[in-house]
Design a protein around this ligand. Structure first.
Ligand code: ADP
Ligand code: ADP
Ligand code: MG
Length: 661
C-alpha cells in the first residue's frame, strides 16, 4: 500500500481524493498554480508545491514539473483526478518511467480509448453496438460531407480527441455542413491540438446512460451499475442520477455486459466509464469510454455504499476488486447536481469574482457536498467554473428529488452568479419529477427553467428592511442584535411623534419601498405591521412580522441585498435617490467583451454592411466560444483587436456604425 500520494489536480476532485487518502492513512501532496496558492486543496493536503503560473498549460499540465515534485516529495503514486492530465497517455507513461504508479488504467487502454474514432473501430470488433456513422481516417471535407448525406441529417460532427462537450456540432441540413465542419475543426485544433473528426447520426431525444466499470490487475472486470446523465446543456452534464429512471434488471445486465466487454477489449484496470447513448425505444449504442474517475461518480458511491477512490488506490496497489459482480449492492436512489458559477439568465455565461458568501447545505446521511472552495475564495477565469457538487440519497427517486429540492433551497451563494435556483427549477419541473429525462429536456423547458425575473414579494422586502436597520444599528454586542435596541435613525423624521423612514429598493427592474415606523419604547412597524426579530452573524434573519413568522437570510454585497427565504432568492438593490440621480440608463452594449478572453476568429470584414445578429467575431473565454454579433443593421468600421489578442472584460471590441433607420 502507498504511504504518500500526489494529487495532480485542483478543486473539488483534489479535495475529494485527499479525503479518502486521509481515511486510509496516506499522506497527500498537492500541487497548485500561483492563482491557487490559497486554495482549499492546498489547505487540506499534508504538503503542497507550486508548479507554475495560473494558466493550466503552465502549471497543472506540466508533466515534467509535476513528476519532479512527486519524486522530490517521495510520493509513490499520482492520482490525476479528472480533466487535466487524467487521460493523457504521455503522462501515464512518464509516471511509469519515473517509477511512480499512475492511479488509472494502463497506458495502452488510455491510448485505445483516447480517440473516439479509434475506440469506435475497436468496439465494432468487440461486438459492442455503435451509433451509425463514419469514423475513418480519411478527413477530406468532400468525403465527410458525402458520409453525412449517407448517414442522413441531422448528423453530429465530433472531434475525435474531444471531451467535456467541446468540439461538437449538430448539423441539420447539407447546406450547413461545410461551415459546421470548419468551426468544429477550429475548436478541436485549439482545444485538443488535433482536428480529426467523426460523423454520427444525431439521435433525437436520446438518453445518456453510462456504466461504471472497474477492472483489477488479476483480470477481473465488473460493472457498478448505471448512471443517467441525460439532463444536459450544450452536451454537458448538469444533473446525474443512479439508477436510471425506468431501468429494468434485464437492460441493466445487457448494458453492464456490453460495458465490461468494452473494458476487457482494452485490458482495462481501474475505474472507467462506458458511455452509451440510448434511444427512446431502449436500444443503446456505445458513445465513448472515459478512462478515469468521472465527475458524477458520487451517485454510484451512494447507491453501492462503496468508496471508488479507495478502490482505485487499492487496485493501483495490486489488490483484487473487493467485490464480485453479484455482490455489488444497489440501494435507493441518488441524484447529483453541478453547481456552477454562471448566469443562466445571461446564456449561462461563466461568472468570476470573490465568493462573498458561500453556504452549502449541511452534510448528513442524505446530503453530500463535494467542493473545492470556501467563503472568501476567488473564482478565477483560468479554470472550470464548477463551485460544488451537491449529492443526495434516499430510498426512492421521488424522495431523493424532495431531498435535492430541500438541499438546494438551503444553498446560498453571493458574489458570483450561480445556477442554484435554475437547478431547483430543473429538479422540480414536471418531466424531471416524472423521470422523463432526455438530452433535450433543458432546452425544451427553457421558459420554465429561466423565467422572467419577478419583483421580490412583500415578506422578502420586510426581511431586507429589517436587515438594513440591524446593520445600521451597529449594536452587534455578541453575534445578534435585538429589535428592541435603540436604533440610530439619524435621518428619520417625525410623524405624529414617531420616526418614519422609507427604504427604496430596485427588484427585477421595479422600484419597491419599505416603510419603517419606529414608535416610542422600542416598538417597530414594517409596512404597517408590528415587527420584532433578530439577525445572526451569518445573515440569518428571524422576524415576527404581524402574524407572520419569517425566517431567511439577508447578505449584503455592495449596494445589493441578497434575500434567501422559503427556497427562493432575490436581489434587492438599495436605491438612494440622492447618490444615484441620473445614472440609470445603461450602455447599449453588445460590442464589449462579456468577460476577459481571447479573440479566436474575426468573422465579418471591415467595411461590410451587416444585418442585426450577424456574427462579427468570436472570442474564447472560460473554455467556451462566444460569438459577438451586430447589435443592429449597420457597418463594421474596424476591429479594435487582432486575432489572438487577449482582451479584458468590458473592452470595446469593434467600431460599429448603425445604419440610419
Ligand atoms: P464528450 O467527450 O464531450 O463527453 P460524448 O461523445 O460523450 O462527448 O458526447 C457528449 C454528449 O453529446 C452526450 O452525452 C449526448 O448528450 C450528446 N451526443 C453525443 N453523441 C450523440 C448522438 N449521436 N446523438 C445525439 N446526441 C449525442
Ligand atoms: P464527465 O462525464 O466526467 O463530466 P467530461 O468529458 O464531460 O466528463 O469532462 C470531464 C470534466 O473535467 C468536465 O466536467 C470538466 O469540468 C473537467 N475538465 C475538463 N478539462 C478541464 C480542465 N482543463 N480544467 C479543469 N477541469 C476540466
Ligand atoms: Mg462523454
Amino acid at each position: 500500500m502507498f504511504t504518500k500520494i500526489l494529487i495532480a489536480n485542483r478543486g473539488e476532485i483534489a479535495c475529494r481524493v485527499i479525503k479518502t487518502c486521509r481515511k486510509l492513512g496516506i499522506r497527500t501532496v498537492a500541487v497548485y498554480s500561483e492563482a491557487d496558492a490559497g486554495a482549499r486543496h492546498v489547505r487540506l493536503a499534508d504538503e503542497a508545491y507550486c508548479v507554475g503560473s495560473a494558466p493550466s498549460r503552465e502549471s497543472y499540465l506540466r508533466v515534467e514539473k509535476i513528476l519532479e515534485v512527486a519524486k522530490a516529495s517521495g510520493a509513490q503514486a499520482v492520482h490525476p483526478g479528472y480533466g487535466f492530465l487524467s487521460e493523457n497517455e504521455g503522462f501515464a507513461k512518464s509516471c511509469a518511467e519515473a517509477g511512480i504508479v499512475f492511479i488509472g488504467p494502463p497506458v495502452e487502454a488510455i491510448r485505445a480509448m483516447g480517440s473516439k474514432s479509434a475506440a469506435k473501430s475497436l468496439m465494432e470488433k468487440a461486438g459492442v453496438p455503435l451509433v451509425p456513422g463514419y469514423h475513418g481516417d480519411d478527413q477530406d471535407p468532400a468525403l465527410l460531407q458525402r458520409q453525412a448525406e449517407r448517414i442522413g441529417f441531422p448528423v453530429l460532427i465530433k472531434a475525435s480527441a474531444g471531451g467535456g462537450g467541446k468540439g461538437m456540432r449538430v448539423v441539420e441540413k447539407a447546406a450547413d455542413f461545410a461551415a459546421a465542419l470548419a468551426s468544429c475543426q477550429r475548436e478541436a485544433r485549439s482545444s485538443f491540438g488535433d482536428d480529426k473528426v467523426l460523423v454520427e447520426k444525431y439521435l433525437v431525444r436520446p438518453r445518456h446512460i453510462e456504466i461504471q466499470v472497474f477492472g483489477d490487475s488479476q483480470g477481473n472486470v465488473i460493472s457498478l451499475h448505471e448512471r443517467d446523465c441525460s439532463a444536459q446543456r450544450r452536451h454537458q452534464k448538469v444533473v446525474e442520477e443512479a439508477p436510471a429512471p425506468g431501468m429494468t434488471p434485464e437492460r441493466r445486465a445487457a448494458m453492464g455486459k456490453a460495458a465490461c466487454d468494452a473494458a476487457r477489449a482494452v485490458g482495462y484496470v481501474g475505474a472507467g466509464t462506458v458511455e452509451f447513448i440510448a434511444s427512446q425505444d431502449a436500444t443503446f449504442y456505445f458513445m465513448e469510454m472515459n478512462t478515469r474517475l468521472q465527475v458524477e461518480h458520487p451517485v454510484t458511491e451512494m447507491i453501492t455504499g462503496q468508496d471508488l477512490v479507495e478502490w482505485q488506490i487499492r487496485v493501483a496497489g495490486g489488490a483484487p476488486l473487493p467485490l464480485t459482480q453479484d455482490q455489488v449492492p444497489l440501494r435507493g436512489h441518488s441524484i447529483e447536481v453541478r453547481v456552477y458559477a454562471e448566469e443562466p439568465e445571461k446564456g449561462f455565461l461563466p461568472s468570476i469574482g470573490a465568493l462573498r458568501h458561500f453556504a452549502p447545505p449541511a452534510a448528513s446521511a442524505h446530503v453530500r457536498v463535494d467542493t473545492g472552495v470556501e467563503q472568501g475564495d476567488v473564482v478565477s477565469p483560468h479554470y472550470d467554473p464548477m463551485l460544488a457538487k451537491l449529492i443526495v440519497w434516499d430510498e426512492t427517486r421521488e424522495r431523493a428529488c424532495e431531498r435535492m429540492l430541500q438541499a438546494l433551497s438551503e444553498f446560498r451563494v453571493v458574489g458570483v452568479g450561480n445556477n442554484v435556483e435554475f437547478l431547483g427549477r430543473l429538479v422540480g419541473c414536471d418531466p424531471f419529477r416524472a423521470g422523463q429525462v432526455d438530452t433535450g429536456l433543458i432546452e425544451r423547458e427553457r421558459a420554465t427553467l429561466i423565467p422572467e425575473a419577478e419583483p421580490a414579494p412583500a415578506d422578502a422586502l420586510a426581511l431586507a428592511g429589517f436587515a438594513v436597520l440591524a446593520s445600521e444599528a451597529r449594536v452587534r454586542s455578541t453575534s445578534t442584535v435585538e429589535a428592541h435596541s435603540p436604533w440610530a435613525l439619524a435621518d428619520g423624521w417625525r410623524l405624529n411623534g414617531r420616526l418614519r423612514r422609507v427604504l427604496a429598493f430596485k427588484t427585477a427592474e421595479t422600484s419597491r419601498e419599505v416603510t419603517i415606523v419606529h414608535g416610542g419604547s422600542g416598538s417597530l412597524e414594517i409596512d404597517g405591521r408590528a415587527s420584532s426579530g433578530r439577525v445572526d452573524a451569518d445573515g440569518r434573519v428571524r422576524l415576527a412580522w404581524g402574524d407572520a413568522r419569517l425566517d431567511g437570510h439577508v447578505v449584503a454585497h455592495g449596494e445589493t441585498l441578497h434575500v434567501f427565504a422559503g427556497g427562493r432568492r432575490w436581489s434587492l438593490q438599495r436605491l438612494d435617490p440622492l447618490l444615484h440621480a441620473g445614472e440609470d440608463q445603461e450602455e447599449a452594449g453588445g460590442l464589449a467583451a462579456p468577460m476577459s478572453g481571447k479573440i479566436i476568429a474575426l468573422v465579418a470584414s471591415i467595411g461590410a454592411e451587416v444585418e442585426k445578429g450577424a456574427p462579427l467575431l468570436v472570442m474564447e473565454a472560460m473554455k467556451m466560444e462566444h460569438t459577438i454579433v451586430a447589435p443592429a443593421n449597420g457597418t463594421l468600421k474596424a476591429f479594435r483587436f487582432a486575432l489572438g489578442d487577449q482582451v479584458p472584460e468590458g473592452a470595446e471590441l469593434v467600431d460599429f456604425e448603425k445604419a440610419a433607420s
